[in-house]
Design a binder for this molecule. Structure first.
Ligand code: HEM
Length: 134
């Protein structure tokens, strides 16, 4: 991820943050449409779930400047996901639903450059989460 991508992530997250509930709802509706078998893994309120995911994403974005500080949190988030029953193949499915939801929320601001930045950020985060479980 380069400096311009970090800047785009921070800028667009400012739009997403106040819309976290709505974006989260879009994400999970899409996720369960793509793969209904994932629905039973989620036990709690989906709205609250969306909020938690975007809070975690926000922390990750804020921490892009100081990745060392992020490691422990990402590691434990990754190992909790194994306990939730998340399989490595689910990462791509979730990524697709995540990007789709961002596109709905950002509208025209979801330019190809912004999309690439979010693909990289999701990639970095999910690889770090998976590394924690290897
Ligand atoms: C960047 C990627 C992701 C982030 C930042 C993220 C974040 C979170 C957070 C913050 C929680 C709340 C509980 C906790 O902190 O342990 C959570 C729970 C959960 N996540 Fe994720 N997640 C990600 C990817 C995924 C993927 C790929 C799946 C696969 C389907 C998934 C499925 C779940 C499930 C099943 C729970 C538990 C729900 C429950 O107990 O009701 N997550 N996630």
């Amino acid at each position: 991820m380069n400096a311009n991508q970090v800047k785009l992530l921070k800028e667009t997250f400012k739009t997403i943050e106040p819309m976290a509930d709505e974006t989260g709802e879009l994400l999970y509706t899409k996720l369960f449409e793509i793969d209904p078998s994932l629905r039973p893994l989620f036990k709690g309120d989906i709205k609250a779930q969306g909020r938690m995911v975007f809070t975690a994403i926000g922390l990750a974005i804020a921490g892009l400047d100081k990745p060392e500080a992020m490691n422990d949190q990402v590691r434990s988030l990754g190992s909790r996901h194994v306990n939730y029953g998340v399989q490595p193949r689910d990462v791509n499915t979730f990524g697709a639903a995540f990007l789709w939801a961002l596109e709905q929320t950002l509208g025209p601001a979801f330019t190809p450059e912004v999309k690439d930045a979010w693909i990289s950020a999701y990639g970095v985060l999910s690889v770090a989460m998976r590394r924690a479980t290897a």
